[in-house]
Design a protein around this ligand. Structure first.
Ligand code: GDP
Ligand code: IMO
Ligand code: MG
Length: 429
């Protein structure tokens, strides 16, 4: 009956979308439960490449129900674009997608605010958000007074609600955004936009919480699709250079409305190296030819924003922390093929902070910035692995690398990935 969770163990983009798409046919429902259009999950099906932002990665299989749960923040324009894009490619996402009426709406003022705030320097650098209105929307959710939920879009109270919020936002945002932008906040226009959203999405908006409870009672299998990664978790990540939701395993229940006892299996997903987009400390970052080589071979450019991703060696200190935080039962180790082209590989096994060795991730960004990685060097395998389909067929040195990572983070290997295609996956579980 229970749920399996797919959780990123790094700073996002660990190839969660690929894994969710592969696991989906063994489940009845796929659930996105936090984040919003900041996520960019890639699913490759034959020659087709799908980039999903709100829509759960189970959408390609028509028999699977997909749910956008209360913890997600939805930018309806982008969601509608995403649905239209899928429809143009012969998929009918509207027939197997439910959107929670409790999910919060990213409103036009949230997008303006995110863009304006993104220039702000915090702890020496800017967060470098995806500009998708995520932080401002979650801020209003927690603040409650000026929040908008999907249920409000279909409520007869909508015009009053918009008017009320805009009146307050015009004052609150006056020092942050330009007068031209403030003028964009026109109650009548925005009400009309919301009505169009409601018309397009209304048929899918409703309860998802009772629905998921009923599914569990009926013995159905749920697949929970995490967005971002555990190091971007608002409470437990590399704050303030994080996103605004619980992106680690601890967020599954609060975001979805599914109780902890329903969770049976946590699959932690990590790349065989590290990447990060946006600001914030990154101890194993490689600002040299090796980093560039990882970026080019791994095509490490953002799925949502197209920004080049910062690249570095695998950080076993950080992933040991997130594997414990997220309760990973298995590790899904991705992008192994990218490391086929290196003479030697490094894995960070500890940090040195001002000459003191530690195997723990510090809390303060200034301490994280001073972390010097202590590396263990392993030989590269220098052999193409993209056509490996069985564990035994990996070169010995690749096995040694994977086993060492598994040992360092104390999580058994569950899935190995040697390329973006579905076939390029080795399941050990
Ligand atoms: P997500 O946000 O965690 O779903 O990950 P993204 O989709 O943002 O980024 C992962 C990228 O790596 C996508 O372009 C995938 O198609 C690609 N990918 C997935 N697995 C592999 C792999 O094993 N090797 C390579 N080379 N690419 C992969
Ligand atoms: P997926 O689900 C990688 C990063 C942004 C920025 C920080 C805050 O595809 O793994 P936000 O817009 O959320 O306020 O930005 O978080 N970020 C991601 N990085 N993958 C993601 O999602 C991300 N979602 C947000 O780059 O540093
Ligand atoms: Mg991504």
């Amino acid at each position: 009956m229970p749920a399996t969770c797919v959780i990123g163990l790094q700073w996002g983009d660990e190839a969660k979308g690929k894994l969710v798409d592969l696991l989906a046919p063994k489940h009845d429902v796929v659930v996105r439960y936090q984040g919003g259009a900041n996520a960019g999950h890639t699913v490759v099906s034959g020659k087709e490449v799908y980039k999903l932002h709100h829509v759960p990665s189970g959408i390609l299989a028509p028999q699977i129900q997909n749910v956008i749960a209360p913890g997600v923040v939805i930018e309806p324009n982008m969601l509608i674009q995403e649905l239209t894009g899928l429809e143009a490619r012969g998929i009918s996402p509207r027939s197997n997608l439910k959107i929670s009426e409790r999910a919060h709406v990213v409103m036009p003022w949230h997008l303006l605010e995110d863009r304006a705030m993104n220039k702000t320097v915090v702890n020496g650098e800017s967060i470098g958000t995806t500009n998708r209105g995520i932080g401002p929307c979650y801020r209003d959710k927690v603040g409650r007074t000026y929040a908008m939920r999907m249920a409000d879009l279909v409520s007869p109270e909508l015009p009053n609600r918009i008017e009320e919020i805009i009146r307050a936002k015009r004052t609150l945002l006056a020092s942050l955004i330009s007068s031209e932008e403030l003028a964009e906040l026109d109650p009548e226009k925005i009400t009309a936009v919301c009505q169009r959203w409601a018309q397009s999405l209304g048929g899918m908006i409703g309860d998802t919480t009772y629905f998921l409870h009923d599914q569990l009672d009926a013995g159905k299998k749920l697949l929970m699709e995490g967005a971002q990664g555990s190091l971007l978790d608002i409470d437990h990540g590399t704050f303030p250079f994080v996103t605004s939701s619980n992106a680690s395993g601890v967020g599954v229940c609060s975001g979805s409305g599914v109780p902890p006892r329903a969770i049976k299996r946590m699959i932690g997903v990590a790349k065989a190296y590290s990447t990060r987009v946006g600001g914030g400390p990154f101890p194993t970052e490689l600002l040299d030819e090796t980093g560039n080589k990882i970026r080019e071979i791994g095509r490490e450019y953002g799925t949502t924003t197209g920004r080049p991703r910062r690249c570095g060696w695998f950080d076993a200190v950080a992933v040991r922390y997130t594997a414990r935080l997220s309760g990973a039962d298995y590790l899904s180790l991705m992008m192994l093929d990218v490391l086929s082209h290196f003479e030697e590989l490094k894995v960070c096994v500890a940090y040195e902070i001002d000459g003191e060795r530690t195997d723990r991730l510090p809390c303060q960004p200034e301490l994280m910035r001073r972390c010097k990685p202590v590396y263990e060097t392993l030989p590269g395998w220098n052999q193409d692995v993209t056509s490996v389909r069985k564990l035994e067929d990996f070169p010995l040195k690749a096995r040694q690398y994977m086993d060492r990572i598994s040992e360092l983070i104390s999580v058994p290997l569950g899935v190995l990935s040697v390329g973006p295609d579905r076939e390029q996956t080795i399941f050990l579980i």
